[in-house]
Design a binder for this molecule. Structure first.
Ligand SMILES: Cc1cc2nc3c(=O)[nH]c(=O)nc-3n(C[C@H](O)[C@H](O)[C@H](O)COP(=O)(O)OP(=O)(O)OC[C@H]3O[C@@H](n4cnc5c(N)ncnc54)[C@H](O)[C@@H]3O)c2cc1C
Length: 450
């Protein structure tokens, strides 16, 4: 029975795993110790705002994170009932995409949420730190490690090491746990899509904004997301989701450590890119937003090759480290779902050999993740995935399927099946909205003679 658990990464998957394992496994594993190691010097305050789907909200509620967030007042983010859609060129409203049913109720009781990444991390960290057997350590960058049948060892940048019974690699898309230990050489790949984003103060903008909480403005090959992030609507998150060449990404990254004037030039290039895409909009508030926003940051989106290895001896990859995919705004739900499924498997099979447990976990997860990955890729390859939208509601309601002869046993399987919501691979998101409705935008533009 693993009692000394090491988690690499204090991001969404890492903290969700620490909380879920502590909740589920502590009662059956006396003396349990969960140590989380993150390479950053402290909790990150950057990254803008993240969209949480109803499913993600449900998981975070189960972990106690939603109530922690809700205690944070204005930092808790806002609930999103619907995403308002507009055509960038014609300015026409294309309709709302709702996170609620016909009675205004959220799916399974949960709507969407837009929250600052830093606030979400703070809430997750607060929950984790209240648990007696969880410790979180910053400035501990993993650079390598190894595993045998008996134990797993992590090697940190400063030369120190940590040894445990089980390691969870939750260190994100560029995971060292993956590239150095579990699946050497399986490096992340750039998707071709980037977010160029900024935060603004709404008092700086004079034009009325005709959306309730969040809007996506669709152009032919890009979209502009605008969203309030606080109940008072004082902060505005703006993100241009555009195709950016790998060459530009490399230049941007090379500049990040260089002199200030080079960085300023790069920021101007970002501004130029966004203006070129959206500066000619028929919507006056979009023109004003683009005109007045100067400080844009580039966030390229990477993915991990599909069907790579997820585990070896005593180390398992979870979240983006295992399956980062082209964006659809629901990867956070996958990361938390990974953590919850694995912790339930572990708690119900404390004496099951890890190799069997990992295989079981992969059996449950691989197909769903592959489907999600394929769906994301399709969305970005073709702007016309007409069949997807009706499928979304159906899939949100369908049960999670587990293999019949699981080592977790029938009672546990029944419990997991009952307690987990439907698979997430085709649920609502700003980004699927982009692809789903770009045809609509084209139709609207054509009608308007644009
Ligand atoms: C631009 C952009 C926008 C996105 N928007 C959304 C959205 O709106 N909704 C959504 O659901 N998803 C979104 N995603 C995806 C989502 O952010 C990820 O799926 C999610 O963060 C994955 O969580 P994770 O814990 O696996 O990885 P991460 O959140 O990346 O966390 C990894 C952690 O590991 C640490 N780490 C990394 N390397 C090491 C190392 N060597 N040693 C120790 N620690 C290490 C990092 O510091 C970090 O804390 C977006 C992604 C991008 C790029």
């Amino acid at each position: 029975m693993p009692r000394d658990i090491l988690i690499v990464g204090a991001g969404i998957a890492g903290l969700a795993s620490a909380i879920a394992i502590s909740n589920e496994f502590s009662p059956v594993a006396p003396g349990l110790s969960i140590s989380v190691f993150d390479g950053a010097s402290e909790l990150s305050t950057s990254g803008g705002a993240i969209s949480l789907t109803p499913v993600a909200q449900r998981y975070l509620d189960e972990l106690g994170v939603l109530s922690e967030l809700d205690r944070m007042g204005d930092q808790a983010g806002i609930e999103v009932d619907a995403i308002d859609l507009f055509s960038v060129r014609s300015g026409r409203r294309l309709g709302p995409l709702r996170f609620t049913d016909e009675n205004g109720q959220g799916y399974g009781g949960y709507k969407g949420r837009r929250v600052l990444r830093s606030a979400l991390s703070e809430a997750m960290l607060a929950v984790a730190r209240k648990l007696p057997n969880v410790s979180v350590h910053y400035d501990r960058k993993v650079v390598g490690g190894n595993t045998t049948a008996e134990s797993a060892t992590l090697v940190f940048e400063d030369g120190s090491t940590a040894t445990g019974d089980l390691v969870l690699g939750c260190d994100g898309v560029h995971s060292a746990t993956r590239t150095k230990i579990v699946d050497p050489g399986n490096r992340s790949e750039y998707t071709g899509i980037s977010f160029i984003q900024s935060m603004g103060e709404t008092r700086d903008f004079k034009m009325p904004m005709p959306f309730q909480q969040t809007a996506v403005h669709l152009a032919r090959h890009s979209s502009l997301l605008t969203s309030y992030c606080d109940p008072k609507h004082e902060q505005l998150f703006i993100a241009a989701i555009v195709r950016v060449s790998e060459h530009l990404i490399e230049r941007y990254q090379a500049m990040s450590g260089t002199d200030l004037s080079a960085q300023k030039n790069m920021r101007m290039s970002m501004r130029y890119l966004v203006r070129a895409q959206f500066g000619m909009s028929n919507l006056p508030y979009i023109r004003e937003l683009i005109d007045k926003t100067e400080d844009w940051m580039l966030y390229p989106v990477y993915q991990v090759r599909q069907r790579g290895k997820w585990y070896t001896e005593r180390i398992l990859l979870l979240g983006d480290a295992a399956h980062a995919m082209p964006p659809r705004d629901e990867s956070a739900a996958y990361a938390v779902e990974d953590a919850i499924i694995f912790s339930k498997l572990l708690a119900r099979n404390p004496d099951c050999p890890l190799a069997m447990l990992f295989a079981e976990y992969e059996d449950i997860r691989r197909d769903l993740v592959n489907k999600a990955f394929d769906a994301s890729r399709r969305l970005w390859q073709s702007d016309l995935d007409k069949g997807l939208f009706p499928g979304q509601t159906r899939d949100l309601m369908s049960p999670l399927h587990l293999p019949p002869d699981s080592c977790v046993g029938k009672r546990a399987m029944h419990f997991i099946t009952k307690s987990l919501p439907a698979p997430t691979h085709e649920s609502f998101s700003d980004l699927s909205v982009y692809s789903l409705t770009s045809e609509l935008a084209r139709t609207a533009d054509a009608t308007n003679g644009d």
